[in-house]
Design a protein around this ligand. Structure first.
Ligand code: HEM
Length: 518
């Protein structure tokens, strides 16, 4: 007995000495980094205590104190934030390839088939190929052009629905979200799922309510700050219940996507040689069966890409248009200028088409100004450094999470006169564009991981915004002044208005235009 006790003591002592020596050796071998300045982190939580419900605003205030390159800790993970044009260029252009990875999050794991989509997949051959197929096949100018009739029909349907509600108070976002979800469903899935129940072999695959719920839940869960993403050893407890919800959602999505893929494959088989890809799922299935691809796409890849396209294309454009109308309701003089341009270029006898857009610089300026003040992803999607780098004498070790504060850049008084003022005129005659080349304005990001759907997103925003301004006179509900209109946002996968924008519209064009067939 005594001998056993003695052996236990000896084992514990030896283990402690070994652990101590290992720590010493690791500490000795570890490079001493000169990290960028930042607030002192707390044990376990790091600087999470400094993040309010709007992390981009919290980070903006901190970077005013610590500068445009700041070091933070989110739980046990190092985070670096760049919030100047120079830093954005450093991360997204000069060293883009070093920062082209994404951190592993619970949402990526549980809602995108274990990081099989484009947004969350790690930098490497799989992601490169997915992106290549995406850009060549889904977002080529020809493919986007071929879906013009879908955008036209759905924008007309939006205008018709708003016309039917004219004179009444409506929550604009409901109409905008339905329109962009219909556009993206038709382009990606081949049909709308917001209109009717889908039953397959006696089983309900989805209902309009369930489809809407699934999209909303996907957005919410991809935007939440799950504790396990910052403090991994607490992850298994799922204290916030997000993991449980992610698993439930991914099951429901999988059932739906399986049905969609089966339906598409059946058409492929039926049509054989004469099969022509009609929607993006067709294109993805074709790519998955291409034997010449270096990295094979599995069925899960196709489902993950499909889900990615639906998520990427839905909320971003409707939230941007919602913000634009809210800003215009506070600035009647901007409304008047937009109306003047539309009357002059388009005239009151017809709707605006995509071909008119290049002739509408003021509408374009309104869109840019909206994206400057209300970028949908105020710190882009997080990146992850793949190797040690340094900038301005500071080190950024491999494995650091990187955020680019495009919201802060959009409000930098060194770059913009009166940055808190909504002034589309600042873009008239300016060369600054939103396409990732001008680092003052980066609503779609830049570099290798820049949004691949940007040209599609721009078209949807421009044509719906122009027609909404062309077709209606807008006002706030009776008794509400423009000063009372809240401009608060919420933070998530996108950054929409906190309070729904309630408006009253009155038609401006001849009545037959609103009811005419699409
Ligand atoms: C107003 C419209 C849109 C905005 C503001 C927007 C914004 C963004 C931003 C900021 C990123 C992250 C870029 C980065 O990490 O640097 C992104 C990525 C992405 N977006 Fe968009 N987006 C829009 C429309 C779309 C559309 C229409 C689609 C597809 C149908 C789409 C699909 C994607 C995908 C797949 C990624 C991930 C790219 C990658 O990680 O390689 N987006 N988007």
């Amino acid at each position: 007995m005594e001998f056993l006790l003695w052996v236990s003591y000896l084992t514990i002592t030896l283990a402690t000495i070994l652990l101590f020596l290992r720590t010493l050796i690791l500490r000795h071998n570890r490079r001493v980094y000169n990290l960028p300045p930042g607030p002192k982190p707390w044990p376990i939580i790091g600087n999470l205590n400094l993040m309010g419900s709007l992390p981009h605003r919290s980070i903006h205030s901190l970077s005013k104190k610590y500068g445009p390159l700041m070091h933070l800790r989110f739980g046990s993970f190092p985070v670096v934030v760049g919030s100047s044009v120079e830093m954005a260029k450093f991360f997204l252009k000069t060293h883009d390839v070093v920062f082209a990875d994404r951190p592993k999050t619970a949402a990526g794991k549980h809602t995108t088939y274990n990081y099989s989509d484009i947004t969350w997949s790690p930098y490497g051959a799989y992601w490169r190929q997915a992106r290549k197929v995406c850009l060549a096949e889904l977002f080529s100018a020809k493919r986007i052009e071929s879906y013009e009739h879908i955008r036209r029909e759905e924008v007309r349907a939006l205008l018709r629905d708003l016309h039917a509600a004219s004179g009444r108070v409506v929550a604009l976002k409901d109409y905008l979200s339905a329109a962009s979800l219909n556009v993206i469903s038709r382009m990606v899935l081949g049909k709308k799922y917001l209109e009717r129940e889908v039953v397959h072999e006696g089983e309900v695959v989805t209902t309009p309510e369930r489809f809407r719920w699934m999209i909303d839940e996907l957005f919410l869960l991809n935007g939440v700050l799950d504790i396990g993403d910052s403090i991994p050893w607490l992850g298994w407890l799922d204290l916030q219940g997000y993991i449980r919800r992610m698993k439930k959602l991914s099951k429901m999505f999988d059932q739906f996507l399986e049905y969609v893929l089966d339906e598409h494959e059946n058409r492929m088989c039926r049509e054989g040689e004469s099969f022509v890809a009609k929607d993006m799922v067709d294109v993805l299935l074709n790519a998955a069966s291409d034997p010449s691809l270096e990295v094979k796409f599995s069925r899960d890849s196709v489902k993950a890409f499909t889900q990615d396209l639906i998520a990427g294309g839905t909320e971003s454009s409707s939230a941007t248009v919602d913000w634009a109308i809210a800003e215009l309701l506070r600035k009647p003089e901007v409304f008047a200028k937009a109306t003047e341009e539309l009357d002059r270029v388009v005239g009151r006898g017809r709707w605006v088409t995509e071909k008119d857009i290049p002739s509408l610089p003021y509408i374009d300026a309104i869109m840019k100004e909206t994206m400057r003040m209300h970028p949908i992803a105020p710190m882009l999607a997080p990146r992850l450094s793949r190797e040690d780098t340094s900038v301005d004498g500071y080190d950024i070790p491999a494995g650091t999470r990187v955020l680019v504060g495009v919201w802060s850049i959009g409000r930098d008084p060194k770059l913009w006169d009166a940055p808190e003022e909504f002034m589309p005129e600042r873009f008239i005659g300016s060369k600054i564009d939103v396409k990732g080349q001008d680092f003052e304005l980066l609503p779609f990001g830049s570099g290798r991981r820049m949004c691949p759907g940007y040209s599609l997103g721009l078209r949807v925003i421009q044509v719906s915004l122009a027609n909404l301004l062309h077709g209606f006179a807008w006002r706030l509900p009776d008794g509400m002044t423009k000063e009372q209109l809240s401009m608060e946002e919420i933070f998530g996968l996108s950054t929409p208005r906190k309070f729904p924008l309630e408006v009253v519209v009155e038609p401006k064009l001849p009545a037959d235009l609103y009811v005419s067939a699409c």
